[in-house]
Design a protein around this ligand. Structure first.
Ligand code: BJW
Ligand code: ZN
Length: 249
């Protein structure tokens, strides 16, 4: 596949002092994880989000929701970061201020070495009590499905953000601050359909950042971006980083 990286974007990235990046499920596609909205392969083409990804769904069938997320958790834990995750990690070391904002719950940015990724939609490897809200990394899977909270005996759920739920306040405000203050913003592997995350690229544009999108296809926000780089992020990102910093390992 022919990859073209615009020279102007190379110069902009080399010069940029504050870079912010929003990632979505497409960034993990090359690690073998399904996206949500792609026809045929997306999770929502096979499963109904109303029955799986809302507080009401959990209330009416906690066992079904828990088991679906247990399957998704095992996929995430078996997956490994791809060249796109690694390239973003390399980019983070080369710019003076770099903010990685992800909608992904799979933890792959962290496993590629990112220590400060802002998780807008939580993390599938953690659990949270549906009643008291306590978050924990560990739980006993053998006794009940779903397991119960050791503090209040409520039901445990994955620590992800479902439809109709608020995003974690600190993460959301850090993400908006980064979008408003960056001089270059990347939107990568996201359909930019889910709010409020999809507002971030537009917020960056409104604050006069240069904007670039990397995706297999055009999205809801493509027309607002300065650059559209078509193709898989696992190929485009390493090519971009290599062109901007040829001496980087
Ligand atoms: C590649 C690639 C490769 C593939 N390389 N690219 C009406 C209007 C506006 C808003 C609303 C509305 N009705 C309801 C809302 C609010 C709702 C919303 O936005 N809904 C829209 C869908 C209409 N939002 C919410 O409810 C949010 N909360 C909220 O707003 O709170 C305030 C409020 C409260 C009460 C009432 C109203 C408001 C919460 C949203 C939570 C989203 N949660 C999920 C599930 C997380 C847990 C889990 O994993 O199961 O988060 S949904 C799912 O979508 C997941 C993702 O993070 C999120 C975004 O998806 P993403 O990453 O963009 O994936 P895809 O599949 O959509 O796109 C993949 C892209 O990659 C594609 O473009 C491909 O082309 C590309 N690609 N391979 C590069 N190799
Ligand atoms: Zn509890």
């Amino acid at each position: 596949m022919e990859i073209t990286i615009p020279d102007k974007l190379v110069a902009d990235l080399r010069r940029a002092e504050k870079v912010a990046v929003l990632t979505g499920a497409g960034v993990s596609a090359e690690s073998g994880l399904p996206t949500f909205r792609e026809a045929q392969t997306g999770l929502w083409s096979k499963y109904d989000p109303h029955q799986l990804a809302s507080p009401g769904a959990f209330r009416s069938n906690p066992r079904l929701v828990w088991e679906w997320y247990a399957w998704r958790r095992s996929l995430a834990l078996e997956a490994t970061p791809n060249n796109g995750h690694v390239a973003l990690e390399n980019m983070s070391k080369m710019v003076s201020s770099f903010t990685l904002i992800t909608q992904n719950v799979d933890g792959l940015h962290q496993r590629a070495g990112s220590r400060h990724a802002i998780e807008l939609h939580g993390n599938i490897t953690r659990v949270k009590c549906f009643d008291c809200g306590r978050i924990s990394q560990q739980f006993n899977e053998s006794d009940f499905v779903p397991p119960h909270c050791e503090f209040c005996d409520g039901l445990l759920r994955p620590d992800v953000v479902w439809f109709g739920e608020s995003l974690p306040q600190k993460a959301l405000s850090a993400a908006f601050t980064a979008a408003q203050n960056c001089d270059l913003f990347f939107s990568i592997g996201t359909s930019a359909l889910v709010q409020p995350a999809a507002l971030l690229p537009l917020e960056a544009v409104r604050n006069r950042a240069i904007s670039a999108e990397i995706n297999l296809e055009k999205t809801a926000i493509s027309q607002n971006m300065d650059f559209f780089l078509p193709g898989p992020s696992g190929m485009i990102l390493p090519a971009l980083v290599k062109k901007v910093w040829p001496n980087l390992e």
